[in-house]
Design a protein around this ligand. Structure first.
Ligand SMILES: [Zn+2]
Length: 419
């Protein structure tokens, strides 16, 4: 046997042993049923679901925190949506644990994993990984900081973490998207928005406003009866389908943490620019992007983790990061607006989202990584639940982090999520 054959044999034997060990001890794919509310709304335990009697949007809520007055409040229109006791209950999500993926690669930040619960080794836990071995973790103003640097999410990670704030396909009595100035050409009908801004006119802005102007918070309609302090949110995303009838410029504006970010999408010149307070910070050519196709082009524009991201048709056009993110400034609510200039266009499926706000923790419990930095050992992960105020996770467990030896695998695909 030459060296090459011996090497091939050694690799094959190792693979067979690895697969054999995994398969015989537990199985390559293990079925699990989600319980509890900690990863909602993406992964749900037993829950209830009914259509809101006011706006028609499905309201999904967990059973762990029933409302005291038995009334469900809709997260979309903020009106009573029906009785909790009368809402049909739904089965918990069923998943498979894929035990093979982490045999071939390391865990990545922001992915969801299954592991043996630190407090009861016979149970399995499902959480999102935010800290990797050896890192220093701190949660500041809802964001994750790693070794003193803000942790960013790419587009697919932002999609996985975003939580619905308002879905214009289910309009409310008082519309949330309102024209900023009188004489506006914005028009809204059945969740579809049209603008017909005249040539050489000013930017015609459509602004998102909650009735009576309260700030946007990390309120989560999944936890109907949970009483806790709410936090103002600065991280928003808007998604829509843009259909251009007459070329002009579409504007997207965030005001967040004392800064104004304005992106202009010039359909005629096929160019995108980003300005921070009146200073241009980037310019991108869009000649390869089909902007005027039918039935339109999907737009995703976000201000997550002190970074501005624009994606057209699922492709990231830019992801600009604030040069000196501020760790200490207290959170303020962000505002968002969409503007038209010399543009006739339609917006469909307009939705507003927010990032997960990692809250200080369950009331009355110690919260690791909140007041002080948490240091991970070389074989530990820091994990958090997506439904942060209702999750028991690395912030609270006595052991804190999750040891690598207790990691089981990752939940198999997301086919369950819409069920
Ligand atoms: Zn509603």
């Amino acid at each position: 046997m030459n060296l090459r054959s011996f090497f091939h044999l050694a690799v094959s034997v190792t693979l067979v042993l690895l697969v054999g060990r995994t398969f015989f001890v537990l199985g390559l794919f293990v079925p699990i049923i989600v319980s509890g509310d900690s990863m909602a709304p993406g992964y749900r335990g037993l829950h209830c679901e009914s259509a809101c009697t006011a706006c028609g949007r499905p309201v999904v809520c967990g059973l762990q925190h029933p409302p005291e007055d038995d009334l469900i409040v809709c997260g979309n229109c903020n009106r009573p949506a029906g009785k909790f006791s009368a809402a049909p209950s739904r089965l918990a999500n069923r998943l498979w644990i894929d035990r093979t993926t982490f045999l071939f690669r390391d865990l990545r930040r922001w992915e969801v994993m299954v592991f043996r619960c630190p407090e009861r080794r016979t149970d399995y836990c499902l959480k999102r990984v935010v800290g990797l071995p050896g890192e220093k973790i701190q949660l500041v103003d809802g964001d994750v900081w790693i070794n003193g640097q803000l942790a960013y999410k790419n587009l697919s990670q932002q999609r996985a973490c975003r939580q619905s704030v308002y879905d214009a396909r289910f309009p409310t009595a008082t519309t949330r998207w309102q024209a900023e100035q009188t004489g506006s050409t914005w028009h809204q009908q059945s969740g579809r928005f049209t603008v017909a801004a005249p040539a050489k006119g000013p930017i015609d802005w459509l602004v998102f406003r909650l009735p009576d102007g309260p700030p946007l918070t990390d309120a989560n309609p999944y936890n109907q009866g949970l009483t806790r302090p709410l936090h103002r949110v600065s991280d928003l995303m808007v998604t829509t389908w843009l259909q251009v009838t007459k070329p002009g410029t579409l504007w997207l504006r965030f005001r967040s943490r004392g800064q104004t970010y304005r992106a202009s999408l010039d359909v005629m010149r096929r160019q995108v620019r980003l300005k921070v307070n009146e200073h241009e910070v980037l310019r991108r050519d869009l000649s390869a992007v089909q902007l005027t196709s039918r039935p339109g082009i999907p737009i995703e524009f976000s201000c997550f983790d002190q970074s501005i991201l624009l994606a057209l048709d699922g492709n990231v056009i830019f992801h600009w990061k604030v040069p000196h993110p501020n760790a200490n400034r207290p959170g303020s609510s962000a505002t968002i607006a969409i503007g038209g200039q010399t543009l006739t266009a339609t917006l469909d499926e307009l939705q507003l989202w927010r990032d997960i706000y990692y809250s200080p923790g369950l009331p009355g419990t110690a919260s690791r990584a909140v007041a002080r930095v948490a240091q991970l050992a070389d074989d530990e992960f820091f994990v958090l639940g997506d439904n942060s105020p209702a999750s028991r996770d690395s912030r609270h467990w006595a052991a804190g982090a999750v040891a690598r030896s207790t990691v089981l695998g990752r939940p198999y695909r997301d086919w369950h999520r819409s069920r």
